[in-house]
Design a protein. Structure first.
Length: 442
């Protein structure tokens, strides 16, 4: 979603970065480019106006103009203001000190609210070790209850439902009683949405809120709807007084204006972001990390957290031992591949590495190439994976047929694996491969 904005902002700041000295004209030129980039990203006009004014005021300060590296100072100011624009430091949910925590989810139809409920349930179960239940109170949308039952179970949550024949306010109160009786940690209430905001929707939401007394009310907003998403959030803020936003479809190709505008317009922070269709594509929203990603500065913290979830410490020790003894096989390579795939799309991972994101630009790395590599390796016998030197012509033809690829693709993978083993031997012997070797893969 932020790729185009990221490219434009980085281009606007590239000239400033390279200058050893800055004038007011230089800063004005950069501000014009930043203003245009934000407006094209569908950021609210008043928000853009305040943002560029704040950046300009700080950039024209004596500390910046007289510093040894004023360009980098301006980039830091843009990063600080972009972080502040999206809410400053990220915040998490408020959990009850004792007993049940109730979370009320609101939003319009089509915003991805029901799926977001299941994603949040999975997140709380995985990250906070909570026993989570879901209350199916969306009784108007066809199949909404069935959908919540299905995705809720996939998320490992208990689903309380009474079909579509009862009043949703009564269902919410009944589910609350069940959750307390069964000593659940968290109850997430999925409320009804409408195609637009109306008095009936707000009255029902207010009644459910009154009966369940939630610790947090979260508004689910579809980032793909741009400024309309901000308008919806503003109207909900006026009548429902929600505590935070769950931004869905952040993996889409919209312009990103909603994410940059919603906090400034409503005063409510973005707490979570849905970054894909799968239930695990859901994460806490960190404004500081998102600002760094947008400006091409990487996101080492999120990258580290993703890696920590995927990589097992015992496996890492065993892998190190194998590399030192030069026993690294295709099976080990396949294990590493699975762990990397578990961190998400490869392009997104690479963009979290500082300095690399800006070089990638809008380039998309095809994850299907990893599927082909996996297919080739799994088409080998255990003996071939352990000892690639036995891969003669007939074996390679069989592997190509079994994996649906070509002999040339098999040859290329075996060659690359051999080069990787060679580099590992050098590292194990305390020798660092040269940059030219790494570039050539030798």
């Amino acid at each position: 979603m932020f790729d185009t904005l990221s490219e434009r902002l980085q281009a606007a700041l590239s000239d400033v970065r390279s200058r050893g000295q800055l004038s007011e004209d230089d800063i004005d030129k950069a501000m014009r480019a930043i203003r245009l980039a934000l407006l094209e990203a569908d950021v609210n006009f008043q928000v853009v106006k305040r943002f560029t004014a704040a950046v300009k005021e700080r950039a024209l300060g004596a500390d910046v103009l007289r510093s040894l590296n004023p360009g980098q100072q301006v980039v830091k100011i843009v990063n600080d203001e972009l972080t502040a624009l999206m809410g400053g430091s990220g915040r998490d949910l408020v959990f009850a000190a004792r007993g049940l925590t109730v979370i009320l989810m609101a939003g319009l139809q089509g915003s991805g609210k029901t799926t977001a409920c299941a994603k949040l349930a999975r997140h709380l179960r995985e990250e906070h070790k909570k026993d989570v239940a879901l209350a199916a109170c969306d009784v108007y949308r066809p199949a909404a209850v069935d959908q919540l039952v299905k995705v809720g179970r996939q998320a490992g949550a208990t689903v309380y439902e009474q079909g579509t024949g009862r009043d949703p306010v009564d269902i919410a109160e009944w589910a609350l009683g069940r959750a307390k009786a069964e000593s659940r940690d968290v109850l997430i209430v999925d409320t009804s949405g409408r195609l637009h905001i109306d008095a009936e929707l707000m009255e029902e939401l207010a009644n459910i809120k009154k009966r369940t007394k939630p610790h947090d009310v979260l508004l689910v907003v579809d980032a793909m709807t741009g400024q309309d998403a901000v308008n919806v959030a503003e109207q909900f803020a006026d009548t429902a007084n929600f505590d935070g936003v769950v931004l869905t479809k952040l993996d889409g190709d919209a312009r990103g204006g909603a994410a940059l505008s919603v906090k400034a317009v409503t005063g409510k922070p973005i707490l979570y972001a849905s970054t894909g269709e799968k239930l695990d594509a859901f994460e806490r929203f960190h404004p500081d990390r998102m600002a760094q990603r947008i400006l091409g500065m990487g996101d080492v913290m999120t990258l580290g957290e993703k890696a920590e979830k995927q990589f097992d410490e015992k496996q890492a020790v065993e892998l190190e031992r194998k590399i030192r003894r030069q026993e690294f096989t295709f099976d080990d390579f396949l294990d590493q591949l699975h762990q990397i795939r578990g961190m998400g799309p490869l392009t997104g991972i690479l963009k979290m590495i500082p300095g690399l994101g800006s070089q990638l630009g809008n380039m998309r790395i095809d994850d299907r190439e990893l599927d082909r590599v996996q297919a080739i390796i799994t088409s080998m016998t255990p003996e071939e994976r352990a000892n690639p030197s036995i891969l003669n012509g007939s074996r390679r033809r069989r592997i190509a047929q079994g994996s649906g690829t070509t002999v040339n693709a098999v040859n290329q993978l075996v060659k690359q694996f051999s080069q990787m083993q060679k580099m590992m031997r050098q590292v194990a012997q305390g020798k660092m491969p040269s940059l030219s070797q790494l570039a050539r893969g030798r």
